[in-house]
Design a binder for this molecule. Sequence first.
Ligand SMILES: Cc1cc2nc3c(=O)[nH]c(=O)nc-3n(C[C@H](O)[C@H](O)[C@H](O)COP(=O)(O)O)c2cc1C
Length: 395
Amino acid sequence: MTHYQFLEPLTFKNGLILKNRIVMSPMTTMTSFYNGMVTSDEIHYYQTRAAGPGLVITGVANVSASGKGFEGELSVASDDMIPGLTQLAQAIHQNGTKAILQIFHAGRKTNQQILRGTQPVSASAIAASYPADSETPRALSVEEIQSIIADFAAATQRAITAGFDGVELHGANTYLLQQFFSENSNQRTDAWGGSFEKRLHFPLAVINAVHQAIENATSRPFALGYRISPEEIETPGIRLADSLAFVDQIKTKVDYIHLSMGSYQRTSLNDQTNNQTLLSQFAAHTKGVVPLIGIGAVTTPTDAQAVLADGAELVALGRELLREPQWVQKVTAGDLGAIRTQMSPLDMDELAIPSVMQTYLRTSFYQVMNFTDDSTNQVNYQNTLAPMEGFEKKL
Ligand SMILES: Cc1cc2nc3c(=O)[nH]c(=O)nc-3n(C[C@H](O)[C@H](O)[C@H](O)COP(=O)(O)O)c2cc1C
C-alpha cells in the first residue's frame, strides 16, 4: 500500500501531538442557536467528521457580542457557552482527533441587523468595498480596543475550560484582525494604525493576551494558531510582501500558521509576474520555525501529498470533508475508489450536514461545491479569492 507522509504524526513545539497531518478546515455550519450556543445538529455534524483527521478546527466563534458576523455563528463570548462548547470538544475528541476552536471578531464584516440594531465597529470608519451595501462601521476607541483584546483572552480561557486543545485566531477573510493590519481598513493616526508596525499592534496584542491566558489557565499543551489571507485585491490593501513580513513577525509566537486559499496551487493575485505558488513562498519563511497549514481544493491523496511537497507540514481539507467524512479512514484502508469527490444535494442529510448549512451550500456556495446536479458552473479558485475570503455572495 502507498505510504503517505500526511498520515505521519506531528508534534507542535508546545508538545501537542497530532496523530496525522490532515486537518479539517474551519467551516461555519450557520447552525448555532440565535445566541451562539452549540446545537445538537452541530454536534452530530462534527461527530460524523471527527476520528479520521489529526485535527479538527471548528467554525468560527465570536469573542464579543459586537463581533458577531452572521446568524447561526458559534459564540464563546460568555460563560453560558461553556457547556455546549464542552460537548463540541468531546464530539471531536474521537479516536485521538484533537480539537481547536477558531475565534474572531468580525469587525466591519457584519451589519446592524445581525448586531440587533448596533452599528458595526472597526479600526476606522471605512466601509468594506464588497458587498456594495456594506455598512460604514464606527472607529473603535482605545478603551474598546483594549476590551476586545481582553475578550480574546477570556474566550481562550473558556476554550481551555471546555476541553479544547487550542484556539486559532481568525486573522483571515477580512475580519477585525485583518482589518487592523490592512491599510485598506485601518487609517488610524494613533498607536493602532499608520505605519506597518502600528498596524501590527492589534494582532500582536491579541497574540500576547492569548498567550498570557494560556499560561495562566493551563499546564497542558494548548496550541495557538493564526490564520491569514495572503493578499487583498483592493488598493490600498495587503500585498504578498506585507503578509510575508507579517508572518516573520508572528512565526515564533504561534504554534502554527494557517493559510486561507481556495487552491493550494494559487499564485499571486496581484503580481502576474510572480509564478511561484503562494504556499511555497510562505513555506520559505516558516520552514524549520513553525508548522504551516496548506489548503485549497485538496480532494485526493495526490493533492495532499503535493501540499506537503510544496513546503507545508499540515494539509487542511474543507469542502472535501463535507462530501467525504471518511476521507482519512478510506485513504488509510487503501479504499481510494470509495472516496466521494462530488456530492448529491440529496445526500446531505445522510452526511449529517445541518439543514441551514445545506441551504447555504445550495445558494452562496453552489458553484464551488461540486454538486452532482451541477455540471456546468464550477469555479476554479486557482486565481481568485477563496470561499469566505471576503467576497462570498450574500445569502
Ligand atoms: C461552508 C463553508 C464555511 C466556511 N467557514 C469558515 C470559517 O468559519 N472560518 C474560516 O476561516 N474559513 C471558513 N471557510 C473557508 C474554509 O476553511 C477553506 O479555507 C475553504 O473552503 C477552502 O478550502 P477547501 O478548498 O478545502 O474547501 C468556510 C468554507 C466553507 C465552504
